[in-house]
Each structure stands twice: as structure tokens, then as C-alpha cells.
Design a protein around this ligand. Sequence first.
Ligand code: DX5
Length: 229
Amino acid sequence: MAATLEIVPSVLPADFSRLGEEAMALEKAGVDRIQWDVMDGNFVPNLTFGPDVIAAVRPHVSVPFEAHLMVNNPDELLGRYVEAGCEWLLVHAESTMHLHRTLSRVTELGARAAVALNPSTPAEAVRHVLDLVDMVLVMTVNPGFGGQAYIASMEPKVAEIAAMVAASGRDIDIQVDGGISPSTVAGAAAAGARVLVAGSALYKHEGGLEAAVTEIRTNAEKAIAQAGG
Ligand code: DX5
């Protein structure tokens, strides 16, 4: 599990007409990575970023990129997102018949693999692929849109996966994504999440991006300390 917390913005709320500048503003605000929410209109009822959009933004910043693949049949697209400059590929367990093969392929392509779970998918779905991933993403909203309410009932699943990871002895991060804000992050962090994705909470914060990043990081650190972590 990551020793330090990582704050990862979702760029869904950003101004798409100037994504390069938006990425630079996020990097300046102190984020650790940038998450691209890739949606195909099938796995989720929304459409977003093809690899060419991400490739166009890549030269503007140096922070690592991750592609959160909310697509059916991700196998066909893996290589394109690695070529576009994504160091991490996040594959949904529900999106492929052969998750073990898909995650293995991500590593073969030289990227870091993560498995993502929709809210209704049990933690058990990752048990037999923990040896293939560097991160597990527990969705804290039903994927497809930003600005939704945080689902606190996912915290026991985060804790269950944290116990599975501890038992595996591997260095695997737990990420949460959806409704994460200064007022919701404590529960997820106390349960074991160390990589925190936020979209609307960053862009709507009255103090701006940097203040939002700092407040989420500080509130998570406090919760971890109180939980004895
Ligand atoms: C939803 C995406 C999230 C979302 C987060 O499907 O995976 O990354 O954009 O946005 P907020 O933080 O506004 O819920």
C-alpha cells in the first residue's frame, strides 16, 4: 500500500476546449497523477476520450497519466492508450470475459495494471488477480458521470480488499473514485484507500484547485492517523 497519499484528478469537469492548459493547472496544484475517464457509451452511458485526445495533452505535463477504461472489450484498446502516454491502465472486472488475460496483457505492454470494481461487484472478484495488479479501484459511485453522491457503503469493501492485500504480502494500492471530497474522504482513507480520485470537488472548491488538493490530502491524513494507520 502506498506509504503516502496520492491525489488524482478526474478531468471530466475540466474545460475540454483547453485540456492542455487544464492539465498544466492540475500539475501546478500538486496532483500526483491525472486520470482520464475513458467511456465508450456501452459499458457506461456516456462518451469521452479517445487516445488521440490524451496523446495531444501528454507533452504539456510530466505527471503520470492513468486511463480508467470504462469500455466493453478493453483488449482492443490497451495498446492505443499506452502509446498515448498512459502509464497506468485501469480495467473493469465487469468489462472483459478474460480479466486474467487482459491484466497480463497490460503488463506485457509495459504499463502498470489496475483492476476496477463497480459498486455492486464483490471484493472477491479481485482475489485471483491480485498477483497481476499494482492497484485495485473501488468505485464509490456507479460509473459514467461526475458530480454524483459518494456511496459510503463501499467502505467495508475497501477494508475487505485492504485485508486481502495485506494477506497477499504484495505492495498494492487501493484507489477510490466517485464523490470524493474534503467532507467524504475520511471514511475511505480510514478503510485503507491511499489513492484518491476527485473531479467536481476540485473544480468547485471556493479556494481553487491547489486548496482543494491540500484539503483532501490533509483530511485523509487525519483520518488515517485517527484509525491508527
Ligand atoms: C465516474 C468517473 C469519476 C468521476 C469523478 O465514472 O470514473 O472519475 O469523474 O467525479 P466526481 O469526483 O465529481 O464524482
